[in-house]
Structures are given as structure tokens and as C-alpha cells.
Ligand binder design. Structure first.
Ligand SMILES: NC(=O)c1ccc[n+]([C@@H]2O[C@H](COP(=O)([O-])OP(=O)(O)OC[C@H]3O[C@@H](n4cnc5c(N)ncnc54)[C@H](OP(=O)(O)O)[C@@H]3O)[C@@H](O)[C@H]2O)c1
Length: 338
């Protein structure tokens, strides 16, 4: 079958469309005919080798972390799904494999697609949607009436995060360029700072929590924007030791490394009397079903920046890597099984 494969860590030239063997589902896996797959920054970060310390792959490997499609076979122990089901999923981090005509998915990472969505829109949801839900509901524990700051509101995760924070009852402030402002306001952002002209920490303060999607200087600014005792949660900064040991758990060496690497951020947080946490999203079919219910109820819109045919996935990847997508970029598969 045709797949988009990483042959060696490096630039775009180290990837390509090529023929690989059809994967076989293990007892707790589904074999899915992929109809569409979503792109995420983790795809090009993996290609560049940026994440080798936390996730190693034996190359060549099929890239791609989320998909929507039809179940064509089930492993012997699968009970919740049947052949023909329309499903969407974040595939296992340890294997990837969504950029292919067929992919295997752990049964507990998958959910039945929202009835109101087509494959391209459903494929845009799993990774960014789960990240936003788990960050706001489980880590920041957003409650009614709170004020929440979200940096980088116009991208894949941000467009979900603004809506979920609003759904949880928060007032939301975010940053966007002039090209993203109308979109984030339409999604419910109450306050928007144009980050190309103004530093948000100069004009905003006193938030009950901050969700950082940008990292770097934007993350450092967030420490001054939350009230004492509040949490700044990042998905783009440096994992702190607690999260590193929970999610990476690879012995003292790696933990010591993250202790040192995250020290400047933890010190900055301490100086402001606030907490710093990092989140690795967790694949979850249960949480995906929850997102699907929100979509079917009209409480959550999926914002798709652009849809490319699978043959043009390199172009789609280069648009994502430029860093200015508004919502999600998706590739769709041609009909037929090759
Ligand atoms: N830890 C995890 O589990 C996890 C999960 C998901 C994502 N992530 C990470 O989270 C980050 C965001 O992911 P994503 O999918 O949302 O990325 P994305 O879709 O590529 O984000 C693009 C958006 O970011 C905006 N942007 C860029 N620089 C900005 C800045 N300085 N301030 C405000 N907005 C800015 C851009 O707006 P303009 O074009 O208008 O400038 C664009 O709309 C990535 O680093 C990704 O790897 C981590």
C-alpha cells in the first residue's frame, strides 16, 4: 500500500510516498482504511529528529498521528467496534502510521465518528482536540467564571482550546496576528491581543490559569499574567520533572536532564509565585467520544485550514511547517485500496 514514510531524520527530502506492507491488527487493534489524516507539528518535529530523546522509531517508519476512516478488520479481542464502523483516532505514539492507505489503531484509542462530520473534518480532531480537552478540563480544571489566557489561539490546538474553555464557562483571552483575529473572535475569544504589535503581558494580568501553545518568550510572558498560586500549563515548552517521570519514565538520566532543562522555567514560575506544568496529551477513545458529542450538539466546531489530496502531502507538510495555519491541515485519500 502507499504510505508517507520517514527514511532518515532530516529535512523534507528525507520523506516520501512509497509502497509498504499492509499492517496486521494485533488482538486489541483495528485495521482502518484511512479516508483522511490530520497533520500536526509533531510530524515535522519527528522528521527533524527533535523528539528523538523522548520517542525513538526504527526507520523507515510511516508518519502520521491521527486519522478518520472505516474499520476493515478487527483483532480477535476487539469488542467495541465492527467492520464498517466509521472511526477516528489518535494512533499509538510508539508506532504512528496514519499517513497511509491503511493503518492499525488500538481499540481504546478510537471512537465512532460524530454523525455530523465527514472524514476530512473528523480527521482534524483527535490530536489537537484531545490536547485541548485534557489541558483545560483535567490539568487547569477550568470552572465557570474563571479567566483563562490561551497563547496562539488561531492554530490547530488553539481553535479547539478557545471553544472548550468557553464551553467550561471561562472568559477567554488569546493572542493572534491580524490574520487570525476574526477567527478567534468568532470562536468565542472575549479578548484578543495582536502579538505582532503588543506584548500580552503588558496589557493583560490576573488570569486564573494560562494554556501556552507557543513556548519560548510567549511562555515566559505567561508567568506574569496569572494570579499568584495559579498554573501556567504548556504543550510547547520544556517538560518539568513531574511530567517527565510520569509520561517518559525512562530512569534517572532522562529525569535529571529534564530537571536541568526546565530549571529556568521553574525558577521563573517560583519568582512569580505560580506553578509551571507541561502536558503530553494521552490518546483516549473515551475522550474522543466526548469531543464527538460536543460536535454533534453544536458546541464545538472543527476549523479546517486546508485539505490536500494525499499525493500532495509534502506540500501540506510545508504549509504546516511555515507555522501560520488557521485551524488544521488535512490530507484525504483517493478511492481504491492501493
Ligand atoms: N505536548 C503535547 O502533547 C502537544 C500536543 C499538541 C501540540 N503540541 C505542540 O503545541 C504547539 C501548537 O500546536 P498547533 O497544532 O496548535 O500548531 P499550529 O496549528 O501549527 O499553530 C499555528 C498557529 O500559531 C500561531 N502563532 C505562531 N506564532 C505565534 C505567537 N508567537 N503568538 C501567537 N500565535 C502564534 C499562528 O498564527 P499566525 O499565523 O496568525 O501568526 C498560527 O495560526 C506545537 O509546538 C505542537 O508541537 C504539543
Amino acid at each position: 500500500m502507499q504510505a508517507f514514510v520517514l527514511k532518515a531524520y532530516g529535512g523534507p527530502e528525507s520523506t516520501g510516498l512509497t509502497q509498504v506492507l499492509l499492517p496486521e491488527p494485533a488482538p486489541r487493534q483495528l485495521l482502518v482504511r484511512v479516508r483522511a489524516a490530520g497533520l500536526n507539528p509533531v510530524d515535522f518535529k519527528t522528521r527533524r529528529g527533535d523528539l528523538r530523546l523522548v520517542q525513538r522509531y526504527r526507520l523507515p517508519v510511516v508518519l502520521g498521528n491521527e486519522l478518520a476512516g472505516e474499520v476493515v478488520a478487527c483483532g480477535g479481542q476487539v469488542q467495541r467496534f465492527r467492520v464498517g464502523d466509521r472511526v477516528f483516532a489518535r494512533v499509538a505514539k510508539s508506532t504512528m502510521g496514519a499517513f497511509a492507505r491503511f493503518a492499525v489503531v488500538e481499540d481504546d484509542h478510537a471512537a465512532v465518528m460524530p454523525a455530523s462530520l465527514d472524514f476530512a473534518t473528523a480527521a482534524a480532531m483527535p490530536l489537537a482536540g484531545l490536547t485541548a480537552l485534557q489541558a483545560l478540563r483535567d490539568e487547569l480544571r477550568v470552572t465557570n467564571g474563571q479567566r483563562i489566557f490561551i497563547s496562539g489561539g488561531a492554530g490547530g490546538v488553539g481553535t479547539f482550546a478557545i471553544q472548550i474553555a468557553k464551553h467550561l464557562g471561562a472568559q477567554v483571552a488569546t493572542t493572534a496576528s491580524p490574520q487570525g483575529e476574526a477567527l478567534v473572535r468568532q470562536l468565542g475569544a472575549d479578548t484578543v491581543v495582536d502579538y505582532t504589535k503588543e506584548s500580552p503581558d503588558k496589557v493583560l494580568s490576573g488570569f486564573d490559569g494560562a494554556f501556552d501553545l507557543v513556548g519560548g518568550h510567549a511562555l515566559e510572558q505567561a508567568f506574569a499574567m496569572v494570579r499568584p498560586g495559579a498554573t501556567v500549563l504548556s504543550i510547547a515548552g520544556m517538560p518539568e520533572p513531574q511530567t517527565a517521570s510520569k509520561d517518559l519514565g525512562r530512569g534517572m538520566g532522562l529525569q535529571a536532564l529534564f530537571w536541568v532543562a526546565s530549571f529556568p522555567l521553574r525558577r521563573r514560575a517560583r519568582q512569580h509565585g505560580v506553578h509551571y506544568r507541561y502536558l503530553f496529551m494521552h490518546p483516549s477513545g473515551k475522550d474522543l467520544s466526548e469531543l464527538g458529542r460536543l460536535v454533534d450538539a453544536g458546541a464545538l466546531k472543527v476549523i479546517v485550514d486546508s485539505v490536500y489530496p494525499f499525493e500532495r502531502i509534502a506540500e501540506a507538510m510545508s504549509r504546516l511547517e511555515a507555522g501560520h495555519a488557521k485551524g488544521k491541515i488535512v490530507v484525504t485519500m483517493p478511492d481504491g485500496s492501493e
